[in-house]
Design a protein around this ligand. Structure first.
Ligand code: MSP
Length: 509
């Protein structure tokens, strides 16, 4: 069995989770569920990034110790997962002992190997914001913006990791492994970035400036700074589980690809003598009116509001259907409602209702056997075969939005088949052929629905369970076997009705 270890970025806990954080979890979950269906042994990790200046400041503002603050916010991030139907196997916090031990061991190892050195760092420092500034932070006239307060040039000793010496190695690695980063155009951006010489990476902060971090094992006066701590979570969480490292795929947003995940991370691993992950999947951003949704811009949507209003699966469906992995997407409530009403309630919900309703009305709630295969049935079978093959290929290539589009095209075609057969008319006829056609059409719509459900279950897992339950059906353990058109529902007792996607508003004309 192939091992497939998948991770999300770990979220900063200085604010509440927003739709961008939720999307990354949902996308990773869809990949994890799909790979499980394909027979892989999946391990799915997510978690939170708890150290650093911002957390220290936020805790100070609230007047509570940083640990208390992160306990609170991390619990909020964690509580979101079951509400989004996320099937993670583990949740890591960077304040946990298992993480700190690995970070310190890797730092010590690199220090012993001479990969880390101490040097003076000179720069402009804002005491009010407690951060070093760069020239790009200056106003056009060269002065510093008011928010930084007094800015002074200071010299500080810090530890540096020898990034520069691995630049050529990384370029060679990326040139040989051209699918390391998905989508491929992002890998080109990494190589573009590597055309300029790299600076060694500053990996420490003096404790008097930043206390809330992992102490360097070779110098108690310093804590490790940001990326060395955060990136290692992917390894620290599974270091004691054989077979998982390096079977990893990291799902992250495009803002943390270059340089952290595509430059620092491979070089850190290589320098530490650890194998590289299998790949990185970099998704785009959710925007609102063209601007990145984020806490600091104040345009962030709370995913829980949408889940409360529409349910987790409709929310998941929208995110996955709307976003082409790797591109940006604008989130609008209008577009959400259009998809909810027309695709979920009208198209999909309608197929479920009709199947239950007509099987009850014309066949005593028991799915009959198909007896005929005329052109309409043959066409629908053929469309299914094509759809299934396309869906598998598309999902393997992370094209989940197109896979859903194809599946919903099949659902639309099934509704059109029902219109064509018009079981409500056949039911009025006493002719033997019409009766056989009626039974055939009921069997066909039920089977098409069962197959459609199998094709969307990684996106809408609880909806799939509910529909299978009302169809009186328990799917088998091997997903691929579930995708074959057959007679699996013959004789199944179906329920009377199921309301899946209640209407929140009237659909737009
Ligand atoms: N803590 C770091 C990641 C360390 S990984 C070793 C971090 N945290 S974050 O909270 O700012 O972002 C977490 C993830 O959410 C990132 O992958 C980021 O790209 C993603 N998103 C944050 N806002 C987003 C959108 N508006 N849209 C989609 N995803 C974005 O970075």
């Amino acid at each position: 069995m192939k091992t497939f270890y998948i991770t999300t970025a770990i979220d900063y806990v200085n604010g509440s989770p927003h739709l961008g954080h939720a999307y990354e979890k949902v996308l990773t979950d869809v990949i994890a569920r799909f790979r499980r269906q394909m027979g892989d042994k999946v391990w799915f990790l997510t978690g939170v990034d708890e150290h650093g200046q911002k957390v220290q400041q936020s805790a100070k503002k609230r007047g509570i110790p940083p640990q208390e603050f992160t306990d609170e916010v991390s619990a909020e991030f964690r509580a979101l997962l079951p509400k989004l139907n996320i099937s993670n196997d583990d949740f890591i916090r960077t304040t946990e002992g298992r993480h700190k031990t690995v970070v310190r061991a890797v730092l010590q190892q690199l220090f012993d190997k001479g990969e880390i050195y101490k040097a003076e760092y000179k720069g402009f420092y804002s005491t009010r914001q407690e951060q070093f500034l760069q020239d790009k932070d200056r106003l056009p006239d060269g002065s510093w913006p008011e928010i930084f307060g007094e800015v002074t040039e200071i010299v500080e000793s810090n530890y540096f990791f020898k990034l520069r010496q691995y630049q050529e190695w990384l370029v060679e690695f990326l040139t040989k492994n051209e699918n390391f980063v998905f989508p491929q155009f992002r890998q080109k951006q990494v190589l573009e970035f590597l055309k300029e010489p790299l600076n060694d990476l500053c990996i420490s902060r003096p404790r008097e400036r930043l206390e809330w971090g992992i102490t360097l094992p070779f110098d108690e006066g310093y804590v490790t700074y940001v990326w060395f701590d955060a990136l290692l979570n992917y390894y620290s969480a599974v270091a004691d589980q054989p077979g998982l490292w390096p079977a990893a795929y990291h799902v992250i947003g495009k803002d943390i690809l270059v340089p952290p995940h595509a430059v620092y991370w491979p070089i850190m691993l290589h320098a530490a003598g650890l194998e590289l992950p299998r790949g990185i999947i970099a998704h785009g951003w959710w925007l609102q009116r063209g601007a990145k949704m984020s806490k600091s811009t104040g345009n962030a949507l709370n995913p829980l509001d949408l889940v409360a209003e529409f349910g987790a699966d409709a929310f998941r469906y929208f995110l996955i259907r709307e976003m082409n992995v790797g591109q940006d997407s604008d989130f609008t409530r209008e577009q959400f409602l259009v998809r909810y009403n027309s695709e979920l309630a009208n198209n999909f919900g309608n197929l479920v209702n009709r199947t239950l309703n007509m099987t009850n009305r014309f066949a005593g709630a028991t799915v009959p056997a198909a007896e005929l295969a005329e052109d309409a049935e043959k066409e629908l079978h053929a469309l299914w075969e094509k759809t299934r093959d396309e869906v598998i290929l598309l999902c393997e290539g992370f094209q989940f939005h197109t896979a859903l589009e194809k599946t919903f095209f099949f659902i639309t075609a099934t509704n059109a088949y029902i219109e064509k057969r018009a079981p409500w008319k056949l039911g009025k006829s006493a002719e033997a052929h019409d009766q056989a056609l009626l039974r055939t059409s009921l069997a066909t719509m039920a089977e098409a629905l069962r197959l459609g459900v199998a094709a969307i279950q990684h996106v809408m897992p609880s909806t799939a369970d509910k529909i299978n339950a009302v169809l009186g059906y328990a799917p088998g353990a091997i997903w691929r076997d579930e995708l074959t058109w057959g007679a699996k529902l013959t004789g199944a007792k179906v329920a009377e009705a199921l309301v899946l996607f209640p209407r929140p508003e009237k659909p737009k004309a």
